[in-house]
Design a protein around this ligand. Structure first.
Ligand code: ATP
Ligand code: MG
Ligand code: MG
Ligand code: MG
Length: 484
């Protein structure tokens, strides 16, 4: 089942059930304080919050998302992309828990030849908030899920709130069991690799009051108008339906991975570290393509910095795969061809998109070769000094040299470590890290001063600030350290 097919089944299913089909919003949200659209519900926040009356009682979308918070997971887990598409169905004071559970189960378990996704019921598990007996009852009654495949989880996992007084409510998540080859039986509460989370149903049911932590707060009562917000990972369903191992191997991503393998002359599946690198390349190139298609250009802060980091990590990964020449023209073209059916603009805008990406790669390759010269000189000096003084301990490259290379020349620390090691040198990591920490503090102060959007939003636990309403604030998460 191609990704496009799953997307169409989704939109047809909810469209036929009275949902207005809403096109994906841009990855760049309208709000400058929010870096990216991180979930399907983001464009609907004004309606979900009740601030603006919803123009329709139900809606559905396939929303482009970017989650920079997941960047370190990419390639290592089977299920995290920095770019992904979230299929959502939303009810604004219309149907509630029974409707959401009924629709989800029907779409997942209706046979493929009848328009559904054709999952076997026995492969699906659900988690519910531990006190949500109503949901447990509905999963049993409406969906026929046996108690043995329903697990109760606490607030940390299965409760959504803004972190502030406002709407809140339990969630319920649906997982696919990949079987004993992927781990011991024990359900999603025990193992998130064997049991893959595919769909989150959020029941916005209560009005919460003040609290002392994310899990300790007062519930003031039921909301007069209850909402449904759900999100299903399109790529996750695609990888499970396509019978491949992970989301980097689906039809929309795999061609880039294959191109990376071809360019490096290495075989995917032969070496674990190389496989991770190829998956990182496949993911990051696609994310970069989609970001540039939505108008982001590489720069040193905010959204542009995220894009720069994705492009540079791609170059770095290709280098670790043994390729130190430009590969972006090949990789980006492969990604365009895999994505153009779903997003024709990646083809029509390709000359603009590619120009920025190629220029970024060229400049980073120059940085790398410049940094290598500086590093080689520093390494030679340290070795000479050590030889002259006849010191017994292994020579060490100073932390401030590593930091200078990183900070001024954009030379990644892992590359410094690698080259130093090749020359028999250790690097003073402690000094390097402390300089990095200082720089991070400075960047943080800067960002605060500029009130710029180095923020992210974990949508199912936090909510967007909306002026002077009850919805105040969502946690600001720092951008990760700028180490590539
Ligand atoms: P996980 O626990 O696997 O990180 P999550 O709980 O953070 O997922 P939600 O915030 O509940 O995810 O998002 C709704 C759905 O979107 C998930 O059930 C999943 O199918 C999909 N999803 C979330 N993050 C990603 C990602 N980085 N890449 C691909 N799909 C994702
Ligand atoms: Mg997550
Ligand atoms: Mg989760
Ligand atoms: Mg979830």
């Amino acid at each position: 089942m191609l990704t496009a097919d799953i997307r169409n089944r989704w939109l047809d299913f909810f469209g036929e059930r009275g949902h207005t089909v809403v096109p994906s919003a841009s990855l760049v949200s309208d709000d400058p304080s929010l870096l990216f659209t991180v979930a399907g519900m983001v464009p609907f926040i004004p309606y979900l919050s009740g601030l603006v009356p919803a123009p329709y009682p139900r809606a559905t979308s396939v929303q482009k998302c970017i989650r920079t918070l997941d960047i370190e997971e990419v390639g290592k887990t089977t299920r995290h992309g920095t770019f992904f598409q979230m299929n959502g169905n939303f009810s604004f004071g219309d149907y509630f828990k029974e409707g959401a559970i009924g629709y989800a189960w029907e779409l997942l378990t209706t046979p493929e030849n009848e328009g559904g996704l054709g999952f076997a019921e026995r492969d699906l598990w659900v988690t519910v908030y531990e006190d949500d007996d109503e949901a447990i009852d509905l999963w049993k009654r409406v969906a026929g899920v046996p108690a043995s495949r329903i697990q109760r989880l606490g607030k940390e996992d299965n409760y959504w709130s803004t972190g502030q007084p406002g709407p809140a409510g339990p969630c319920s998540e649906i997982y696919f069991d990949r079987g004993p080859a992927y781990g011991a039986e024990g359900g999603p509460a025990a193992d998130e690799n064997r049991y893959i989370e595919i769909w989150n149903l959020v029941f916005m049911q209560y009005l919460r009051g003040e609290g002392t932590s994310k899990t300790e707060f007062e519930i003031l009562g039921e909301l007069p108008r209850k909402n449904i917000d759900t999100g299903m990972g399109l790529e996750r369903v695609a990888f499970l339906k396509q019978g491949v191992e992970n989301l980097y191997e689906i039809d929309q991503v795999r061609p880039v991975l294959d191109r990376a393998a071809e360019l490096s002359g290495r075989r995917y599946g032969a070496d674990h570290d190389d496989d991770v690198r190829m998956r990182v390349v496949a993911d990051h190139v696609r994310s970069a393509l989609m970001l540039m298609s939505d108008g982001v250009t590489p720069s040193n802060d905010g959204r542009g910095y995220v894009l720069r980091r994705l492009l540079r990590r791609t170059v770095r990964s290709m280098r670790l795969l043994g390729v130190d020449t430009a590969t972006m023209p090949e990789l980006l073209t492969a990604s365009r061809d895999a994505m153009k059916a779903a997003y024709p603009e990646v083809e029509t805008d390709f000359s603009r998109i590619s120009r920025g990406a190629y220029a970024e790669e060229e400049s980073f390759l120059r940085t790398l070769s410049g940094g290598t010269t500086i590093l080689d000189t520093a390494v030679a000096a340290v070795k000479q000094q050590a030889a002259a003084s006849g010191t017994a301990p292994a020579p060490v490259l100073a932390g401030d040299t590593a930091f200078l290379l990183h900070d001024t020349y954009g030379f990644p620390i892992d590359l410094t470590l690698e080259i130093a090691e090749e020359s028999g040198l250790a690097v003073d990591r402690v000094a390097f890290e402390s300089l990095m920490a200082e720089q991070k503090q400075r960047a943080k102060a800067d960002a605060k001063a500029k009130k710029l959007g180095i923020t992210d939003l974990t949508v199912y636990s936090q909510f967007r600030a909306l002026g002077e309403t009850v919805f105040r604030g969502y946690d600001e998460l720092e951008a990760e350290s700028p180490v590539l």
